[in-house]
Design a protein. Structure first.
Length: 362
């Protein structure tokens, strides 16, 4: 009976692997690679439970190989899955009496569960011993710690870390044509540009974000999936913010328009996913606000109105404060068009939403 039960579970696990492999081969979206990694890891664990570790090993090794380049690109999002796969790999290698390799896998899995500074220290030591394996992970760990420091209001401390990450990622992108290398470099460049803007150094940040935009534009142009344009749209918004910080709104306008086009393309292709309409709402608000700042209220009006409409529909995702901001922009545009009653209604609604948000606060 037990043999039949395990046999059924193994057949189901193999079907999951086949399904996720087909999805990953048909679509480069990381979520399908992660799903394949999880299913390979689960199959490996089942094979280990029925005392077939030799057969399990290649499945778990593939799971690690699938996760590692994604974690090297964006550690914050993917480190938990990589840590899980490494932990399973360590147990398998122990069962196969390969103690050195088992310990290395277990040590890395444990390091990924620690604080950002400890993760950097682990991968720095690894990069010194094995540069080919360690440098991509070190760059990801540096970016991860810099992001953590920024979130904890320590942008000055984050600065040298992301600068080191960029130096590493630039060298890796020049040596390896894998798109993930350029994606990682673009992410760190944009992060550093935004960080410099936060530190009131927008002129230094602008060329970095501009480089990130061009890298992502090239990558998006090579991919027919509209979702690949999301990162570019986010970088374009960062570019706009820095230009506005430098009081150069006219230069920001084409980037804001491009961001709207990209978000609209995604929202139309994925009509059932509210997240993309939320992204479109924010980009429309930015464009409407920019046109209003340039004293072009007639052009701004349709964007401001659509932004409010989408913010209303997506209030659960975007929050009342974002709807209030869109309403205030609409109110300013309507006032500039000499429509005072409508402008006052929009402003009053924004004020009421602000009051509700304060009442919900601590």
């Amino acid at each position: 009976m037990a043999r039949l039960r395990w046999g059924g579970q193994l057949r189901a696990a193999r079907r999951d692997v086949a399904t996720h492999r087909a999805q990953a081969e048909a679509d480069a979206d990381p979520r399908y690679r992660l799903a394949l990694a999880r299913s390979q890891c689960a199959l490996g664990e089942l094979l280990a439970k029925v005392d077939r570790p030799d057969e399990a090993l290649p499945h778990v090794e593939e799971a690690v190989d699938l996760c590692r380049p994604l974690a090297d690109t964006e550690l914050a999002r993917h480190r938990a899955v990589l840590a899980m796969c490494l932990g399973v790999l360590g147990e398998l290698l122990t069962a196969l009496v390969r103690p050195a390799a088992a310990q290395a896998a277990k040590d890395e899995a444990a390091a990924l569960e620690r604080e950002p500074a400890d993760i950097v220290a682990f991968y720095r030591e690894l990069a010194e011993a094995d540069p080919d394996r360690g440098r991509p992970a070190l760059a990801a760990a540096l970016h991860y710690q810099a992001s953590w420091l920024k979130q904890h209001d320590r942008p000055d401390a984050a600065l040298p870390l992301v600068e080191e990450a960029i130096a590493l990622r630039r060298g890796l992108a020049e040596a390896d044509a894998d798109p993930l290398r350029r994606i990682a470099l673009a992410r760190s460049l944009c992060f550093l540009g935004e960080l410099l803007g936060q530190l009131d150094r927008p002129a230094e940040g602008l060329p970095l974000v501009a480089e990130a935009v061009e890298l992502r534009r090239d990558l998006a142009a090579a991919d027919t999936d509209p979702r690949r344009g999301i990162a570019l749209a986010l970088f374009l918004r960062a570019h706009c913010r820095l230009l506005l910080q430098l009081d150069r709104p006219a230069e920001a306008l084409p980037f804001a328009r491009e961001a709207v086009r990209l978000w609209r393309r995604v929202a139309e292709s994925e009509a059932g996913d509210r997240r993309y309409r939320a992204g479109l709402a924010v980009s429309l608000h930015t464009l409407g606000e920019l046109l209003a700042k340039l004293d072009r209220p007639a052009e701004a009006l349709p964007y401001a109105e659509e932004a409010v409409e989408l913010h209303r529909a997506g209030i659960g995702l975007l929050g009342r404060h974002r709807l209030a901001g869109a309403l205030r922009t609409l109110g300013d545009v309507l006032a500039a068009l000499d429509r005072p009653a409508e402008a006052q209604a929009a402003q009053d609604e924004a004020t009421a939403l602000d009051g509700e948000t304060e009442a919900d606060g601590p």
